[in-house]
Design a protein around this ligand. Structure first.
Ligand SMILES: [Fe+2]
Length: 345
């Protein structure tokens, strides 16, 4: 009987031991999980009470924890917030005072059908959106930077003045650019403001409203352009019918809207040059422009694109919007230098 009476006790002990052994890892996992979700970053071992049942410590009491002085946390928080403020100030200084004055030159080589090899490369310099203010930004540097490129043609795609007080600055700039090479311009939306339009003919600035055929070292090419907000379709179609089918055609326009892009594509334009977007003027790394003021959003908002057989290049411009924002970030002023070469087919 005594043996029979002791049997359940042994079995209970064995079962308890087995249960403890079975559930111990779960207890450990729970302990680790709790510690991980607590504010203490370090994963700590299970407390002695849970592991051997002999300690009086709380299961959640960390072993070997170093007490943090609140002053340390305060100093760390102040340093962190100070670093954020310093970074913000540095970015603001850069966007206000550095990037708007840093002119980047973009070089491209584009194959165009119908060009003769002996006359190539034909070099185009394209700039846009000068947006001159009463204080000089890049207007004195720009003519020298254009002349350095030794262009065959200079093309300007509009938005010239932010203020009537900037007319002398702009007039001097165009007076220095005009003798470098043939200059063709189209008006942007700012140029249509009566107070901000440069008078036609000032310093040789001629705004194109139609087309011109140029002969450069034996290769003929056609420059087409008219004012902003005027439909390009009729002009491009009529020009294409008026010139030989194989003659390269370059369409200059202020903004890359749908009418312009589709007109150029269907009429067989070889190269479309535009501006207007300022490359967003404020852009994010790995994301690009945030706001473009373009009907096509970020489509064709910056740089080189291709639509069927037509190249499209959108220049980031020279100046800044007359209204906010008066900064540039990740969208520096741009001068585009394009070498046209014969296409292989
Ligand atoms: Fe503009």
């Amino acid at each position: 009987m005594a043996r029979e009476a002791s049997q359940p006790t042994v079995s209970a002990a064995v079962m308890t031991s087995l249960m403890f052994t079975h559930f111990q890892p779960s207890v450990e996992r729970m302990t680790v999980s709790i510690v991980r979700h607590s504010s203490v970053a370090q994963v700590r071992p299970m407390s002695p009470r849970v592991s051997n049942g002999t300690s009086n410590r709380s299961p959640l009491a960390p072993v070997g924890q170093t007490k943090r002085n609140p002053a340390v946390w305060l100093v760390a928080a102040l340093l962190s917030s100070g670093a954020v403020v310093a970074l913000g100030l540095a970015l603001a200084v850069y966007a206000f005072f550095i990037e708007p004055y840093h002119l980047e030159v973009t070089h491209l080589k584009l194959p165009i059908r119908g060009l003769k090899a002996r006359s190539c490369p034909i070099r185009i310099v394209h700039f846009a959106d000068v947006h001159s203010d009463p204080t000089v930004r890049l207007e004195e540097e720009l003519p020298r930077r254009i002349a350095e490129q030794k262009p065959d043609i200079i093309l300007y795609t509009g938005d010239t003045l932010n203020s009537v007080d900037a007319v002398p600055i702009c007039r001097d700039m165009f007076a220095k650019i005009r003798p470098i090479a043939p200059l063709f311009c189209v008006k942007g939306d700012w140029d249509l403001e009566p107070d901000l339009a440069l008078p036609v003919g000032v310093a040789g600035v001629q705004f194109l409203n139609g087309y011109k055929v140029l002969n450069i070292r034996g290769s003929e090419l056609c420059i087409i352009g008219n004012d902003c907000f005027v439909s390009q379709r009729q002009l491009v179609d009529s020009t294409r019918k008026a010139i030989p089918a194989k003659m390269p055609a370059i369409l200059i326009t202020h903004q890359p809207d749908n009418d312009v892009v589709m007109s150029g594509k269907t009429a067989g334009v070889d190269l479309l040059l535009c501006g207007h977007t300022h490359g967003g003027q404020v852009a994010l790394p790995f994301f690009g422009p945030i706001v473009t003021h373009s009907r096509l959003g970020t489509l064709y908002a910056v740089g080189l694109n291709r639509l069927n057989d037509m190249w499209i290049y959108t220049n980031r411009g020279i100046g800044m919007e007359g209204r906010l924002p008066r900064v540039r970030f990740c969208a520096p002023p741009e001068l585009t230098v394009i070498d046209l070469v014969p296409a292989s087919n």
